[in-house]
Every structure is written in C-alpha cells, then in structure tokens.
Design a protein around this ligand. Structure first.
Ligand SMILES: *Cc1c(COP(=O)(O)O)cnc(C)c1O
Length: 342
C-alpha cells in the first residue's frame, strides 16, 4: 500500500536489472537496464505499473469498462486494453489522429485484443484537447447507453493515482540498488506524460531513497519540463495531503535530447537503436527508449554523465513502435543491405 492506496497486483515484480557489459565497456560507464519492458501483459511496458493502481480504483468505483486517450499508436492504450481484457472488463481508446493508412503496430495489437479504437480527425480550428474531450464524451455516452460503467484514464495514465506505480518502482529500485551494492547511482527515466518520472521522483524524495534521478524528455512542452513537473507535484501534494514542498529546481529533467518533436523519425535515434541492438541484443523503440538512450550517449560525450558512473536506465517497453509505418520505412531503407537473396 502506497500513500493509503491499494492496487490490483497482476505483475511479476520485481522486474530484473540487467548489466549492459558491452555498452558499458564502450562508453566507460556502468550501464544497467531496469527491465520494465518485461512486464507480463500485452507485450509489456511501463503503463502496466500505473494500471495496477488505476484498475483497483476503477473496480472500487464499480466500473465495467476502461476508456483512455492518446495518439493512434499509444502504448498506454494497448496496455489498458490488455489489463481490461485480462480482468473481465471492456476497453476503448480515443485518439485525435488521422487513420495512419494501415492497421499496424499498436493498432494491430489493440484489434487482436478486441479493443475498439476511435480515431477523430482534427480540422485544426480548435485545440486537440477540446476535440478529444468531445470525442470521449460521445464514446462514453454510447457505451453507457449499452449498460457499461466507464472509467476514464487520462493520457499515459499520468494522474495522481497512476503515478503510484512508479512510486512503488522507486522503492523496488532502491532495494535492488542496495542489494547490488551500487553506490552513487543515477536512475534515468524517459519523460513523456510524466507519470513515470513523477512517481520515481516523489518516491525518491518522500522515502529518501539512495539514488539520483534524471528525466530525459522526448517531446517539447510549453512552459518547460521543470515547471510542468512542479505543477504536477502540486496536484499530487493536494490529493494526498503531503507536507513536502517540491519546486521546479527539485526536478532534474532535460529537454536537450527531445529532437524537436514527439515520435518523429530521427537518424541519431535509429543509430542508438542499432547500437544497442548490435552490442546487447536489446531492442529499443524510436519514440521513447531509443531517444532516451541516444540522450544518455550524448550526456556521456558531453561529460554530464561521468566516466565510471553507475547508470540505471529504465527500459519502459514500446517495442511495437518500430513497426509504425513512418518509422518502419526509415528502418527498411537503412537495413536493405542486410537482406541477401541467394
Ligand atoms: C508512455 C511511455 C513512456 C513515458 O512514460 P510517461 O509516464 O508517459 O512519462 C516511456 N516509454 C514508453 C515505451 C511509453 O509507452
């Protein structure tokens, strides 16, 4: 139980921490991966830890259906579908996105698990958030008219309750770091909708855990990442009645490696993916983990991560992302030479 909240425990925890021997030797650091990509449902990923808490809350409220939002290729939507399926509930995803022209990657997995995806095209005249809210209302009404009780989960499951999954993970990491005898460790987390990073940051702070935390942003945010983190913390503080103050400078989050946009194809990110794949046989994704690892490599080059430092990168999953059309075509062009017809 964390901050007075219970969860539905459906994961096999702790997830392992693996040493990346070859990359560590190359970079002159000790790089470990915390394998949250190996969580058990729907191909795995970080959203499952949040969903352990969100599912419990949904069940407490008598819900029969989980409804969430994101891009058409949302990993979080896929994992929401997985959790609903496994626990006898319905799920649906609403995305303000055009039809990508094919049913691939996460969309394909959503369909396999029987989860409808509602795509809404924005005409650009209104903010996407408005278009999304309207679509959510419409889909909710449709399902409630059929007798379902809908529980809404915001983007990435990143609210006051979802972040508890990573508060848990901060405690889990601290235990593993102690057991492994890793001193002065830096944990690196990808920052998207912020729930993962915030759970780790708040857990680290409130429980006084023995690691430092760096967040690498994968998309720009108006007002900056530190301010966003501080606002999110205010919501958490009010929700749980916490005393601890945390302001923008308490959050080590950087937008230096976001490559300018969300989920964009970037050559340097693909190169980081090839590098990890060819040295460690670990597959990263082009939207989140590949960008983060490319950022770590740059931080080492810039001296922001010291030689010899212990670094634990959270592998948050996201594998289906490599099969998204706009990424796949780039991979295919670059990897053509690996196919030999003899
Ligand atoms: C959602 C997601 C993230 C980012 O987590 P947030 O809690 O949204 O910041 C990182 N990696 C993958 C693969 C994700 O799907």
């Amino acid at each position: 139980m964390i901050l007075g909240h219970e969860k539905c425990s459906f994961l096999h925890l702790p997830t392992p921490i693996d040493y990346m021997k070859n990359v560590s030797e190359d970079l002159g650091i000790n790089l470990y991966l915390k394998r949250d990509d190996l969580t058990c449902l729907g191909v795995g990923g970080n959203k499952l830890r949040k969903l352990e808490y969100l599912l419990k809350d949904a069940k407490n409220k008598g819900a029969t259906m989980l409804l969430t939002v994101g891009g058409a290729q949302t990993n979080h939507g896929r994992l929401t579908a997985a959790v609903a399926t496994k626990h006898g509930m319905k799920a649906a995803i609403v995305a303000v996105d055009p039809y990508p022209g094919e049913i691939s990657a996460n969309l394909l997995l959503d369909g396999i698990m029987g989860c409808p995806v509602y795509l809404v095209k924005s005409d650009g005249s209104r903010p996407d958030s408005e278009v999304e809210a309207e679509a959510v209302k419409k889909v909710t009404e449709e399902w409630e008219a059929k007798g379902e009780k809908v529980y809404f989960i915001p983007t990435g499951g990143s609210n006051e309750i979802g972040m508890l999954g990573y508060y848990d993970c901060a405690l889990e990491l601290a235990g593993q770091i102690r057991e492994m005898g890793l001193e002065d460790t830096r944990v690196v987390s990808t920052v998207g909708s912020f729930g993962t990073y915030m759970g780790l940051a708040v857990g680290q702070r409130l429980e006084n855990l023995p690691f430092r935390l760096t967040g690498i942003g994968i998309s720009p945010k108006d007002g900056g990442l530190k301010n966003y983190a501080a606002e999110y913390y205010q919501r958490i503080k009010a929700f749980y009645g916490l005393k601890e103050e945390m302001g923008p400078d308490d959050f080590d989050v950087t937008s230096d490696y976001d490559r300018g946009a969300y989920n964009n194809p970037v050559k340097e990110v693909r190169e980081a993916i090839y590098y990890m794949g060819r040295r460690e046989a670990i597959i990263l994704d082009p939207c989140y983990t590949g960008k983060t690892f490319a950022g770590i490599c740059e931080m080492v080059k810039e001296g922001k991560i010291r030689k010899g430092e212990n670094v634990v990168m959270l592998h948050t999953g996201g594998l289906p992302g490599i099969y998204t059309k706009h990424h796949r075509v780039e991979f295919e062009k670059e990897l053509e030479g690996y196919i030999h017809i003899i």
